[in-house]
Write a protein of this length. Structure first.
Length: 249
């Protein structure tokens, strides 16, 4: 088994740190990650970053445009980034969304032939009218006609335990993280269940979320994984992300 993991940055958002961490001060520029996982049995992308149109027009964000400044060039969208790695977006087998907020599924449209792997509660939440009206979800980002596999808990993507979707509910109704084991290491891609290293170290959760108690329990699981030797890749940590390099060992 040889699993290759490459990291992409699909734009940046800048906003108030207090939105993302109780007690946070000042503004923070957030990397918007995407993870390319190449397995002998297929290819998957975990989270897809910002929609390509945001490079020139932020109206797609609706009221969220008042919360964030967008920093994105035309080559920062998922499609161009994959092609720069000689990966055909049309050949990707799976798109795995941690959840369905705009900065995690905006590039789904580039993966036209991929099967979407999403937790069932998240898919349902993404179609609740009152949440759509509050601009929490935009089905135009994720309900695109691709095959959808609704997950009920943990899911082994390639059947050998090397790439696993693990429910980490709390930030949203059906948030999930991705555990990837390469020949040399095990990684947990936290998504928004844990924005920053400081979130984990200080239990510095945001002031909002679907179920903050559930998210706090997820932090305990992350600590267990870390204690067992896994490397945690935090969701939007501007200090950690640049240190990881374009490919993980």
């Amino acid at each position: 088994m040889t699993v290759r993991v490459r990291l992409l940055t699909c734009g940046w958002l800048e906003g108030s740190l207090s939105m993302l961490m109780v007690g946070g001060e000042g503004r923070v520029r957030l990397p918007i990650p995407s993870v390319l996982v190449e397995h002998p049995k297929g290819t998957a992308v975990f989270d897809t970053g910002l929609h390509a149109s945001l490079a020139h027009d932020t109206s797609r964000l609706r009221t969220s445009a008042d919360l964030f400044d967008v920093f994105m060039g035309p080559d920062d969208a998922l499609g161009p980034q994959l092609r720069a790695l000689d990966v055909d977006p049309a050949a990707v087998d799976f798109v795995i969304n941690s959840h369905l907020h705009f900065d995690h599924c905006g590039g789904n449209e580039a993966l036209a032939n991929a099967t979407l792997l999403v937790q069932d509660p998240e898919w349902k939440a993404g179609h609740i009218d009152k949440l759509i009206e509050r601009d929490v979800y935009n089905p135009n980002d994720f309900d695109l006609g691709q095959p959808v596999q609704l997950l009920q808990g943990e899911h082994d993507v390639f059947g050998d335990g090397s790439v696993r979707c693990v429910p980490t509910y709390g930030h949203t109704a059906g948030h999930q993280s991705l555990v990837v084991r390469t020949d040399n290491a095990e990684y947990v891609f936290c998504g928004d269940t844990c924005y920053f290293k400081e979130t984990l170290e200080n239990n510095a959760l945001p002031g909002f979320g679907y179920d903050l108690a559930a998210q706090a329990r997820t932090l305990d699981w992350l600590r267990e994984m870390q204690g067992a030797g896994a490397q945690l890749v935090f969701g939007h940590d501007p200090n950690q992300w640049p240190t990881l390099g374009p490919e993980l060992p």
